[in-house]
Every structure is written in C-alpha cells, then in structure tokens.
Write a protein that binds this ligand. Structure first.
Ligand code: IPM
Ligand code: MN
Length: 361
C-alpha cells in the first residue's frame, strides 16, 4: 500500500516525539512492505520564524495532498504576547479547519502497568477505559464575533460559542458509531443549565441517539463530569462533548493514564471514496518548551497517534494492533520516560522509540 504522510513536527518537544513516531512508522512500513512517502512541513512557531505565518499556504497544500498528517506540538513562550494571527496555536486551529477534521478522538486508558504512575489511588483508576470525542472545528474556538476592543474602563473582550445543528449531528454520529464497537454507552457533556448552546447540543444529541437504539445515552453537566472523571472513571465509555469542554476534560483524563505524554489523538473528517478517513494525528500534550531538546519527553502519545493513523486513515488493523502491543510491552518493561516516574534511571525519548520498534520485531 502507498502511505503518503505529511509530518509537521512543530515546536518544542514536537520535534523529538515526532522523530520517534516516524521511526516507528518507517519500521512498520518496512516490515509489512508498504511504500512510505514522507514529506515534512512547517506549522506553528517554527513556521512563523521561517515564513511569518503559523500556517503557510504551502503547508495547507501539502496537507491537502497527503493521505494523512502527523503533527507534533505547537507553541513557544516567546509568542505569548503576540497578536492572535501571529500565534503558533493559530496554525493548528487553521489546519484542523482546513482539513475539516471535526471529530477529535482521544482514548484514555489506565494501563495496568502504569497504575502506580497515576497520583490517584489504584482502585479508583484501575480498569478505566474511555474515549473522549471532542468536537474540533466549531464552538468558542472559532465563533465570531471575537476580539478585544476599547481602552481603559471601556476595554472589553468577546468570544462567541456557536454550533449549528449539522455540526452537532455529525460528531454525535461519530461518537455513537464508536460506541457500537465498544461498551455501547455515550455520555454527552454540556452546560445546558446555563448555555443556550448546550441546550441545542443536548436536544440534537437526543434526536440523533434515536438512530442508535442499541446504544445507551446519558448526559452530564461539565462541572459534574470533571468530578466523576476522578471519582468514578469506569462509568465512562464514550464521552461526547464540544470543543472547549473536550480540551479541558482530556487533560484531566491524562491523570488517569499516568501522564499526558501517553495520550494519542486522531482528528477525523470526511470519509474518502477509498473508505479511509481524512485524518490529522497528534499527541494530546503540548510543546513543553521547558524540557524540549533534552531527549526526555515521552514519545508514546505520538507513537500511539501513528497507531491511530494506521487504523483510521489506512485501514491497516494488523499493523495498528502490532504497534499497540509493542507499546504495551515497553510499558511493562518499566523502561519509560521520567514523566511516568519509573524506578531507576528513566529511559530517553529515543530509547523508547527504539524499544517500540524492537518489540514490533
Ligand atoms: C490541544 C491543545 C490545543 C487546543 C492548543 C495548542 C491550540 O491544547 O490539542 O488540546 O486547545 O486544541
Ligand atoms: Mn489541550
């Protein structure tokens, strides 16, 4: 099979974790005889430095041409005071929108071998296995009007949370279809006691749910959901929510998985005639400039994103399962990075990438 992949390492640890993810991708392609064509592009702070903009038109074109895109992380402290158009994050939001990847799938699993890495008590976390389906191309991240205006006491800032019915419908269908292949339960998360936006969300989710009578649906307010994620994480199977709530809750989910460095994500859009999904694959973590370039970041979130790419964009289930099993072997070996607080000397980013390849065989 031809695997035509665009790689966007981005900023900070995006570089080193993506290098290991690509190592695993090359290894898989060689072992299963796939023709891998890798192209590299600029996104985020590095793109601002080289071209003046966080999402150069060339990157957008390359992403459109590729079968799938692998992203590292974006963001650098030097841009903290930059205007919105000149911020690295704007590049990521732009490419998500350009690719139309409206559903961000973020699996969160408490791996048996990592239970001690979580600051939570083992008996609470044990067995937790959920997938957060975060709407990714709408809501307050993109709504207009937005901006800061006025001066002095008149200075004010506006953001707008907006959703249309079709935007809610398509991501809801994605969540229910995923639930069908899992424990058949969707929990929709909103703030419908306060926000009209959430009232429409809940209404549309209930309507779409009628197409899936075999899947159970319940609703949680986002504040309560934040609490239940810690108190009773096993109650969750598929968590369906809007863009900003999903952003926040998925970082909380990282605590269950032991470290945010563990979490992969798949952002999925339309289905192509081939049956493959348009996809952008990125670890959930950020660019962590404080540890960048030190060969100590955890590459397993990025490597897990390669696994998701193999499954969703290329339909290569056997290869994806092999990566999954290899990650499991490495976790059990205890040779993991410092964020997982292993006993003894932590492994380097590179050692973990090499160990995953060795475990694939
Ligand atoms: C994420 C990140 C991004 C987001 C930032 C970097 C724009 O936090 O993917 O979770 O908020 O979506
Ligand atoms: Mn986030």
């Amino acid at each position: 099979m031809n695997l035509n992949v665009l790689v966007l390492p981005g900023d900070g640890i995006g570089n080193e974790v993506t290098r290991e993810a690509v190592r695993v991708l090359r290894h898989v392609a060689a072992k299963w005889n796939h023709q891998l064509k890798l192209t590299e592009g600029l996104l985020g702070g590095v793109a601002i430095h080289k071209t003046g903009t966080p999402l150069p038109p060339e990157t957008e074109r390359l992403a459109g041409d590729a079968d799938a895109t692998l992203m590292g992380a974006v963001g650098l402290p030097e841009f903290d005071d930059a205007p919105p158009e000149k911020r690295p994050e704007k590049g990521l939001l732009g490419i998500r929108k350009a690719l139309g990847v409206y559903a961000n799938l973020r699996p969160v699993k408490a791996h048996a071998s990592l239970l001690d890495s979580s600051p939570l008590k083992n008996h609470l976390v044990e067995g937790a296995d959920m997938i957060i389906v975060r709407e990714l191309t709408g809501g307050i991240y993109y709504g207009t009007p937005r901006g800061i205006s006025g001066e002095g006491a008149q200075e004010r800032a506006v953001n707008t949370m907006t959703y249309t019915r079709p935007e809610i419908e398509r991501v809801t269908r994605m969540a229910f279809n995923l639930a069908r292949a899992r424990r058949k339960k969707v929990t929709s998360v909103d703030k419908s006691n306060v926000l009209e936006n959430s009232q429409l969300w809940r209404k549309v989710v209930i309507e779409v749910a009628r197409e899936f009578p075999d899947v159970e649906l319940d609703h949680l307010l986002v504040d309560n959901c934040a609490m239940q994620l810690i108190l009773n994480p096993r109650r969750f199977d598929v968590v369906l929510t809007e863009n900003m709530f999903g952003d926040i809750l998925s970082d909380e989910g990282a605590v269950l998985a032991g470290s945010i460095g563990m979490l992969p994500s798949a952002s999925i859009g339309a289905r192509k005639p081939s049956g493959a999904w348009v996809g952008l694959f990125e670890p959930v973590h950020g660019s962590a400039p404080d540890i960048a370039g030190q060969n100590k970041a955890n590459p397993l979130g990025a490597i897990g994103s390669v696994e998701a790419m193999l499954a969703y964009s290329f339909g290569l289930q056997e290869e994806a399962s092999a990566v999954d099993a290899a990650i499991e072997v490495v976790m059990r070996s205890g040779r993991v990075t410092a964020d997982l607080r292993p006993p003894g000397t932590p492994a380097t980013t590179e050692e973990v990438g090499e160990a995953v390849c060795a475990a694939i065989g």
